[in-house]
Ligand binder design. Structure first.
Ligand code: HEM
Length: 494
């Protein structure tokens, strides 16, 4: 052991002088060490384009990000590096690499990064952006089990989904008559039906699509997401203090966040007031019950608040956009929609006098294949949700430093020209991700897609309004890929 007794023999003045010298020495030593460490850490990272000082490779645009990132794999390989500011990101392309990282190296690559704009809003609670660890695991397990208990992925949820679709059909007829040749925008109706399923599971109630409060809430979530990923507010990720700027999108983002908070806190308070532990009505009740019996301190009303927000955001746009994409492709391919293909199959198996059921799924292979093919072509969450390396690791010959943001490029998997000619490649179909962070709502989403598509195509023939040019198939990229707005004319088939 090193003795420091010599220090005691120094006078006060000498001591402070020594202190300062020591401090400067330590500071220089530490800085050099950090720089060397960074150099060493970055010495064997995957190749990539040269970053600019301060902004890195980030040019402020996210439009078509998945296409650009996929093209770059042709230059730098399937595992390559980018910098956003000084943050290292490694982009994973192609099925083999994505699977290798998220399944075979799942212990290292299942964490979530601390993205300033998101951390400010989620406090790293909930499920989607929670760090990989025991709290995330417990919360996810509890929510998954509870949602299953209320019907997620099971036949018992079917009536709830079909009720929502019945409303969509009635409203479609009404709006179609009113809109004449201009056609109807399907998006608000579909979004409403999808989020009502989540509402029933979580809040035990559904809302009319014209309910002002509910619409307002959906619009706020949309706007919040849009601002977070598709506006100058993305700069918060490089300069976090921008979040507090008192004007523009920064101010709007805080306002949106505040309004969503008020809505959700009111929902929880209403549940607490009418709560009966013997008759839990929905996920919120089950969670309140869990808070009262669990000794685990991660179960709190505060945590519940973030979970509700997560499930709405993760479960609404993803599913609604997927349905809208499928209907758009049907409009653009009337032969596939028409009497010789999807509708012919539905007519033959289900007929016209009853609703389709999940039990028909096995007998409707063409309908199912059509849904999957559009999912493949449009990849609702093209860059998944960012992952993070929780420790420095070797991956495919490169060193990935702890804290690196990992971007699983699901677009590159589903658009890989070497993969999809062979129908046996079905294992590479991973629109819900892969590994421990795989989508928690996969079974629910599959049910909703199947029932919505089969039920709407059973009831109507959809076509573009006369003289309207077909919308571009590029879509609009936020966290999800949404189709550009379009309208359709609706013809009842019964
Ligand atoms: C077609 C519809 C959907 C698609 C394409 C989709 C896709 C995805 C993808 C790609 C991820 C990220 C996986 C990763 O991080 O590697 C994800 C995560 C997630 N999804 Fe979905 N999703 C859909 C519907 C839903 C629904 C309906 C729910 C609601 C119950 C939901 C809840 C979640 C949750 C909670 C996560 C985060 C999981 C975690 O971090 O542990 N999703 N989803």
């Amino acid at each position: 052991m090193v003795s420091l007794s010599w220090l005691e023999s120094l006078s006060g003045a000498e001591l402070s002088h020594v202190h300062i010298t020591l401090l400067v020495f330590l500071l220089v030593f530490y800085t050099v060490k950090v720089i060397n460490q960074n150099r060493r850490d970055l010495a064997n990272i995957p190749p990539g384009p040269k970053p600019w000082p301060l902004v890195g490779n980030f040019d402020g645009t996210v439009k078509n990000a998945m296409v650009v990132l996929t093209e770059q794999a042709n230059v730098y390989g399937n595992v390559y590096s980018l910098f956003v500011g000084s943050q290292l990101m490694v982009v994973l392309n192609g099925y083999e690499v994505v699977k290798d990282a998220l399944s075979n190296h799942s212990k290292v690559f299942s964490d979530r990064p601390d993205i300033p704009a998101i951390t400010i809003m989620t406090k790293r609670k909930g499920i989607v952006f929670a760090p990989y660890g025991p709290v995330w695991k417990k919360q996810r397990k509890f929510c998954h089990a509870t949602l299953r208990n209320f019907g997620l992925g099971k036949l018992s949820l079917e009536p709830c989904i079909l009720r929502g679709l019945a409303t969509v059909k009635t409203e479609l007829m009404r709006l179609n008559e009113g809109s004449g040749a201009a056609g109807v925008d399907l998006a608000p109706l579909i979004r409403n039906a999808v989020s009502n399923v989540i509402c029933s599971l979580i809040l035990g109630q559904s809302f009319h699509h014209e309910d002002r409060q509910f619409r307002n809430m959906l619009d706020l979530m949309d706007r919040g997401l849009e601002i977070s990923v598709n506006s100058p507010a993305v700069l918060i990720n490089i300069f976090p203090l921008l979040y507090y700027f008192p004007f523009g999108v920064f101010k709007e983002l805080r306002q949106v966040e505040g309004d969503i908070t008020v809505f959700l806190k009111r929902v929880i308070a209403n549940h607490r007031e009418t709560f009966n532990p013997d008759h839990p009505r929905d996920l919120v009740d089950m969670y309140l019950k869990e808070i009262s019996v669990q000794e685990d301190s991660s179960f709190t009303e505060d945590y519940l608040f973030y979970i509700i927000g997560d499930l709405f955001i993760a479960g609404t746009d993803t599913t609604a956009n997927s349905i809208l994409w499928i209907l758009l492709y049907m409009v653009l391919h009337p032969d596939i929609q028409g009497k010789y293909r999807v509708q012919a199959e539905i007519d033959e198996v289900v007929g016209t006098h009853r609703d389709p059921s999940m039990t028909d799924k096995g007998s409707l292979p063409f309908t199912e294949a059509t849904i999957m093919e559009v999912q493949r072509l449009t990849v609702a969450v093209p860059l998944a949700i960012p992952h993070m390396a929780s420790k420095t690791t070797e991956f495919r010959g490169y060193t990935i430093p702890k804290g690196t943001v990992i971007v699983p490029n699901l677009w590159s998997v589903h658009r890989d020209p070497t993969l999809w000619d062979d129908p046996r490649q079905i294992e590479c179909f991973i629109p819900f991700g892969i590994g421990p962070r795989v989508c928690m709502g996969e079974q629910l989403a599959k049910m909703e897609l199947f029932l919505a598509v089969s039920s709407l195509l059973q009831a109507f023939r959809f076509r573009l309004p006369e003289g309207t040019p077909p919308p571009t198939l590029n879509g609009r990229f936020g966290l999800t890929l949404a189709p550009c707005p379009y309208t359709v004319c609706v013809h009842p088939r019964r």
